[in-house]
Design a protein around this ligand. Structure first.
Ligand SMILES: [Zn+2]
Length: 230
């Protein structure tokens, strides 16, 4: 299971001739292929190879050292009969529903630990902090970032279901406080992913006037939910 959330660049240059969707399609395609063909590779190694392959596809035409070169958050999972492997990089979330029904979030909370003053909006962070020591890390053009991801493995028998969510969808819990991670997973399981996104959209619309107070720069953010029942 793969979920990528392309980082929307601010107006101005990115050093790249390509679009963010071009980048995420390339990266996602490489991750899909490598998780199948590279059974002996760890998910970190697979992410590293996929970033390199994507970078190679436009290194000749684009300035990949540009701080706003196309980049994405990553949630990557893979399972077989014995284990469930996971990787989370940047501010998308992975929720793991255990055999007992309890839901555990896997979060790369580095972004939350940045000083609030560094965040100019929830999706637009000072470029000086991107992919630098002390800042936060997304999948861009440097394969070494894969080592920064939160990774792990769980026994397959202990995992009932997985859900990957971009930050536009985790707002239901993290911004609007409508319920905890277990409640969020219950909404997705009982009503479907679309229902969760619609609930977030309703909350955002009702809450538009308070955006300045809460410091959110955008009314809406890309909201994607991917669910796998094991
Ligand atoms: Zn490019």
């Amino acid at each position: 299971m793969i979920a990528l959330d392309g980082v929307t660049p601010p107006s101005g240059g990115t050093g790249c001739l390509h679009s963010v969707p071009w980048f995420t399609a390339r990266l996602g395609g490489a991750l899909t292929e490598l998780t199948v063909s590279g059974r002996d590779l760890t998910l970190s190694e697979i992410l590293s190879l996929a970033i390199r392959r994507t970078a190679d596809a436009h290194a000749a035409t684009c300035d990949l050292s540009h701080p706003r070169t196309p980049q994405a958050t990553v949630v990557l999972t893979r399972w077989d009969a014995d284990s469930v492997e996971y990787l989370v990089l940047s501010d998308s979330a992975l929720l793991v529903r255990g055999a007992d029904g309890a839901v555990t979030p896997v979060l790369d909370d580095r972004l939350d630990r940045l000083p609030r003053a560094a965040l100019v909006s929830d999706a637009l962070v000072d470029a000086s902090l991107r992919n630098k020591e002390g800042g936060f890390f997304t999948a861009a053009a440097d394969p070494a970032v894969a080592a920064r991801a939160v990774t792990g493995s769980l026994p397959r028998r202990e995992v009932r279901a997985l859900a990957a969510l971009t930050d536009g969808a985790t707002r239901w819990t993290e911004v609007f406080r409508e319920g905890d991670w277990t409640a969020l997973f219950d909404v997705v399981a009982k009503e479907g992913a679309r229902s969760l996104v619609e609930r977030v959209r309703e909350l955002e619309t009702a809450d538009r006037e308070q955006r300045a107070y809460l410091g959110r720069g955008k009314t809406h953010d890309d909201a994607t939910v991917v669910v796998a029942e094991l």
